[in-house]
Design a protein around this ligand. Structure first.
Ligand code: NAD
Length: 378
């Protein structure tokens, strides 16, 4: 008889803890005795954890589905979609059984399905909370795309539900695993250029057509929610802290007929502990993709800074040649490793919630004409 998903998880977890599986394992692959032990522990089951993608839009199609090819610990095992026909097409394309196609309404039926360990929520922002809660209640670990939700209150509900269901939750912050951004972490920590005190960044793209991204209920906001959040993440990494206060302003709309529910362009300043500041902006009416951090002895600039590929780094000592990595594969593998070892993910619900608190403060400041807003809980 086949193990239940939960049992399988537990046997893997116990075994893997014993052999201290971690980053080294993921990077190098199990060798020798380690490989034999792993094969023994997972005999009769799959070594890789099964992931079901929920929402088969652009990101799932363009980046996540292909990422399984490079994954060492995850396999594409099913989908949750509004279109059965699309699910069948994907099952043939990606080699998972048709029985592993669920609709949004039948997600609860995924409970007890041993093929699925993780549900990856890739639906519009305004549905993240509902979908994460449903997946957790079905007993599955959850990766939820950024931004975590529309509000801090929703983030709290998501974290509480996952804790109660004893499943892990992580947010789709792929850049956490990108070596260009990891070098930024190193510089922040080791202070080659002194403490990084003057930060700045922008993530903007030209948005041209009506879609859920500019409908408040589904998006929670405009470019800030969609891509400005990457500047928040980079700034928090460079400052190694959560901001204490925000001053923000929304710029006048140049296409008010399109952006009638959300901001078109927004600028904000984040104040971090120790006098560190970050000047940031995000727009749906221009293209820009940059992050810069300066210390007393030098600077680092990432431009483009937030892409899936093609990130470039210059520093006051010259350019850095850092090879690209499959960000999404590393992100999924790290989460799988967390499940297998019981380790906490570095891209947790708490991080998603922290960023949501910053976003709420930015919108509050902008709506109050640029009043300085303290971030609660910082
Ligand atoms: P998309 O519009 O291409 O896809 C959204 C999917 O959700 C579609 O399959 C759609 O059918 C489904 N959906 C379910 N209910 C819906 C509803 N009520 N209205 C509209 N669509 C509905 O969007 P996307 O670009 O794939 O983005 C999805 C999520 O992934 C967003 O939260 C976005 O922020 C995130 N994302 C993250 C990254 C990243 O780099 N981490 C990149 C792109 C998108």
């Amino acid at each position: 008889m086949k193990n239940s998903s939960l049992e399988l998880r537990h046997s893997r977890r116990t075994f893997v803890r014993n052999m201290t599986l971690g980053a080294a394992f993921i990077g190098s692959g199990a060798a020798g005795g380690l490989a034999a032990e792993l094969a023994e522990a997972t005999k009769g089951g799959e070594r890789k954890l099964g992931v079901a993608l929920m929402g088969l839009g652009l990101y799932s199609r363009g980046e996540l589905a292909p990422a399984f090819k490079h994954s060492k610990l995850c396999r594409f095992a099913g989908v949750i979609t509004g279109s059965r026909a699309k699910g069948v097409k994907w099952s043939h394309q990606h080699g998972f059984p048709e029985r592993n196609i669920w609709s949004y309404d039948s997600l609860h039926e995924i409970a007890g399905n041993p093929d699925i360990d993780i549900v990856y929520v890739v639906t519009p922002n305004g549905l993240h909370a509902e979908h994460t809660v449903a997946a957790a209640r079905a007993g599955k670990h959850v990766i939820c795309e950024k931004p975590m939700a529309n509000t801090v209150a929703e983030c709290d509900e998501m974290m509480a539900t996952c804790a109660k269901a004893n499943v892990k939750l992580s947010i789709g912050y792929r850049l956490q695993f990108d070596p260009h951004h990891i070098e930024l972490d190193r510089l922040a920590r080791e202070k080659d250029f002194g403490a990084l005190t003057r930060l700045s960044g922008e993530h903007s793209w030209n948005f041209t057509q009506r879609a859920w991204r500019i409908e408040r209920k589904l998006s929670g906001g405009g470019p800030l929610m969609d891509v400005g959040i990457y500047v928040i993440q980079a700034a928090c990494r460079a400052a190694m802290a959560q901001p204490l206060a925000i001053v923000a302003r929304e710029l006048p709309k140049t296409r008010p007929e399109l952006f009638n529910e959300v901001e078109e362009t927004i600028e904000w300043t984040m104040e971090f502990p120790g006098g560190v500041t970050c000047q940031a902006s995000s727009s749906y009416s221009r293209d820009n993709n940059i992050f810069r951090a300066e210390g007393a002895k030098g600077w680092i600039e990432l431009a483009p800074a937030y892409g899936y590929r093609g990130i470039e780094v210059r520093t006051s000592r010259g350019p850095l040649d850092i090879p690209a990595v499959p960000q999404q594969s590393l992100q999924m593998d790290d989460f799988a490793s967390c499940i297998l070892t019981g380790r906490e993910t570095p891209v947790s619900g708490s991080m998603g919630r922290d960023h949501m608190a910053v976003i709420e403060a930015i919108y509050k400041s902008a709506s109050q004409g640029g009043k300085r807003v303290l971030i609660s809980g910082a």
